[in-house]
Every structure is written in C-alpha cells, then in structure tokens.
Design a protein around this ligand. Structure first.
Ligand code: H79
Length: 428
C-alpha cells in the first residue's frame, strides 16, 4: 500500500516537473508572433512520387524499400532557393522531416547506415546544408521527427502500421528508444540552434511506454529554448511547449483523429497540405487556391494559431512550380496585409462563420472573409476610437447600438479578406 502511494505520488510529481526556461518562454512568444511557417516532407519516398505513406500503403517490405536510396540523387537541391522561397511567401520558420515513418534519416546519422549520406549516390547531409542556410538567412528551423519507425527491427511490438514490412517478430523496444534518443542528440548538437522538435507517430502505439520524460528532458537540457511538440492528437503532455492540429483548426475535427485534441494553454499550430499530399505525389493535382490558403492562414491567426503549410519536394531536390506560384501569391498578400497577421493573437470576437478577429498594440483587425451584407453586427466592443479599411485607410462607419457594435462595410469588398482596423483605447 505504502509503495503504491509512493508510486502515485511519484507519477504526480513526474507529471508536472517541467519548468520552461525564460529563453524557452521567449521562444514561445516569438513562435506565436511568427504565425506562418513552411513544412517540408522530404525523403526517399519522393522517388516513387506517391506520398510518404507509400511503404505502408503498398505493403512494400523493408528489403524492397531499401532499393529506393540508390535512386535518390537530389542534385538540383539548393537550400538557398528553398529558404528564399519561404521568405518570399512571408514564412518565418521551416519545419523539415529529419526522419519520417520509413525511418530513413535525412542526415548523416552515426546510429545506423539507413540515411542519405550512407545509402544514396548524393552522399550529402541535406539537413546540415539547410540548417546552415537557415542560420545564414536568419530563419528558424524545426525538425519533424517520427517516433514511429517502419524500418528499425527494434520498433517492436509493432503498432497499428508498418506490419507488412517483413521484419522479424522480435525486437527490443528500449533499444529502439535509445536509438531514437541518440539520433535526436545528434540533431540537437550538430546543427546549431534548433527551434524545436515536431514529433509524430506516437498514435501508432498509444499504450506503449514512450519514455517521454527522458526524451523531452534530454532535448530541454541540450537546447532549453527549443520547443517540443507532438502530433499525438491528445491534449499536451508535460514537457511540451506547443500544441499542433493536423489538417484542422484548433477545436475542429474534420479529419476524424483530432477528436481528443482538447485545446491546451500552449502556443497553437495547424498544418495543412497545398494539394492532398505531404510527401511528393506526382499525380495529385488537387491544389488549393491562393485565396483558400490565405483564408486558412487568417482563420488560423483568428484561432490564435500558427499556420504550417507543407510542400513535398521532388526527388531531384526541386519544389514543383504550382507550389512556388501559390506561395508567392501568399507573400504578395502578406506584404500588403501582414500587419493584421504577424505578431497578433486571437481577437476579442471568437471565430465566426463570416470571419475572424486578430489583435495587437491597441488594434483589433476584423477579417471579413464571407459576408455580403453592408452591415456587420459584432458583440459590443467598447472603447473603439476609429474604424478604417486596412491598406486604403478609408473610413468605416461604426455605431454602438443596444447589444452590439455595427460596422458599415465598404462597397468594394475584397474577395480574399476585407480587413477593418479598429483602433481601441486599450493598449496591449
Ligand atoms: O507527416 C504527415 C503524415 O504522414 C502524418 N502526419 C502528417 C504531418 C500522418 N500520419 N498519419 N496520419 C497523418 C493520419 C493518421 C491517421 C490515424 Fe490512424 C488515425 C492515426 C490513428 C488513427 C490510421 C489508422 C493510422 C493508424 C490507424
């Protein structure tokens, strides 16, 4: 009984022992200010051009999948171009797959030879090349890291996926976790300042002992400002610094797996694809339009969340032109309207069918995304001194009425987003 109580006490203490450093708290603010990032899914799967789940979906065995690296030679890869593209789009950080579910390391890991340096004719550490360029151009870099592994034999007992990989029915789980920790240590010691680690795949074995406190503790001790997040589709665990939602705005569950993602108190992020694929899919022409992408960014900001928008580069190292064009269009919009997004937090009016609000520095930005009528009624907003259209500065009539605040919207509505700036007395 006594032992049981001690155990309970132990786990209660363990569950609450993470104290973020001041630098980490500052990084969280900077992260929320940044609002817009580039997600990059790149691995040997790009050779097949059928997405990053191809090994699992097409039941490719490890033995056959191991034939891919020999065909992966991204001689056209130019990290300066990628970073310039992200900056042109108005993105403030990059999150790239260091290892996806296929276990293939996109850097010269010493923990195995299942990596780009040892197995491909390219022989170069693309993460190092990208990290150096990010530091040179002053853009933050996160690593996406899959905890799930379809290649490592010690990922055993296996979970919901990766069961058709032809691996032996035995393995040492804790040896696998050591391997993962050792790989993470390489990433956090050999690549300069890392903004954070974006974990994915825990949902493959929801009941396994993932030894999170050890892994998270190691990351926080190696780089205290680096932010840890995990796409486990649950509410955040102790030791995490941000919370992400895959293909869903916070609180929404259109994917079917965000149902338990209760919104916590940490900085939020939502990620989306430009077509329907994360990893390069040569047949996927289902591109979202620039308007849809901009509106998603605005809605994310109105939901107090960042937007991490994905590209899946081709096996030659280039990014397909459709992606580049749409990213450029987003940058054009942000160069004119970025004030209403960057550095903001979710506004005083929670998201509505007509749009969202954001706020910063004594200003409320009313983003009218879908409203054709002249009058827009908001809940009562006291202390508003003036209302103008962002960009033109055109005056907007505002009237306090019983039970609310009315805006008379300009006749020429912007098809993407009509932004009304309310100057308030409150400074914050
Ligand atoms: O990296 C990208 C995807 O490859 C990865 N996350 C993004 C960022 C991803 N992996 N899986 N999913 C997205 C969808 C997850 C589906 C799930 Fe299930 C539903 C996980 C648990 C329930 C399907 C069914 C997979 C396991 C059981």
């Amino acid at each position: 009984m006594k032992q049981f109580l001690l155990m309970l006490l132990g786990s209660a203490v363990m569950a609450q022992n993470y104290q973020p450093t001041p630098d980490n708290l500052k990084a969280r603010q900077g992260f929320q200010d940044a609002k817009f990032g580039l997600f990059i899914h790149w691995g040997v799967y790009s050779v097949l051009g059928r997405g990053e789940w191809v090994m699992n979906n097409e039941k490719i065995t490890v033995a056959d999948y191991e034939k891919l690296p020999a065909q992966f030679n991204p001689t056209e890869f130019n990290p300066a171009e990628w970073v310039a593209m992200a900056k042109d789009a108005g993105m403030k950080y990059i999150t790239i797959t260091s290892k996806h579910h296929d276990g293939f390391a996109m850097w010269g890991t010493k923990q195995s030879d299942w990596d780009i340096v040892d197995r491909t004719p390219y022989h170069k550490d693309v993460l190092k090349m990208l990290a150096d360029e990010c530091h040179r151009q002053g853009i933050k870099l996160f690593f996406y890291h899959s905890q799930l592994d379809w290649h490592n034999t010690d990922y055993f007992p296996r979970g919901r996926t990766g069961v058709t990989s032809g691996r032996p029915e035995k393995g040492d789980w804790y040896k696998y976790l050591d391997y993962m920790d050792n790989q993470l240590r390489e990433l956090l010691t050999g690549y300069g300042e890392i903004a954070g680690i974006w974990f994915d795949g825990m949902w493959d074995r929801p009941d396994a002992d993932w030894r999170l406190s050890k892994t998270y503790g190691m990351i926080h001790s190696l780089q205290p400002a680096a932010m840890v997040g995990s796409n486990h589709h649950l509410k955040p665990f102790d030791g995490e610094d941000f919370q992400m939602f895959e293909k869903d705005l916070p609180g929404k569950n259109t994917t079917g797996f965000s149902g338990k993602s209760e919104i916590g108190a940490l900085p939020l992020e939502t990620c989306e694809t430009m077509n329907d694929a994360w990893g390069y899919n040569s047949n996927d022409k289902h591109f979202k339009t620039p308007t849809q992408l901009i509106q998603y960014l605005v809605k994310a900001a109105g939901n107090n969340a960042n937007f991490l928008l994905n590209v899946g580069p081709m096996p030659n190292g280039k990014i397909q032109p459709e992606f580049i064009q749409n990213l450029h269009a987003m940058g054009e919009w942000l160069r004119k309207n970025g004030e209403s997004v960057y550095g903001t937090r979710g506004g005083p009016v929670t998201p509505r069918p007509w749009g969202v609000t954001t706020q910063k520095d004594g200003k409320i930005y009313v983003h009218v995304l879908d409203w054709s009528d002249e009058l827009l009624a908001l809940p009562k907003l006291a202390n508003v001194r003036s209302a103008t259209v962002l960009g033109s500065g055109q005056n907007v009539e505002i009237r306090q009425v019983d039970g609310g605040t009315l805006l008379r919207l300009p006749a020429g509505r912007d098809a993407v987003d009509t932004v009304i700036v309310l100057a308030t007395d409150a400074h914050g």
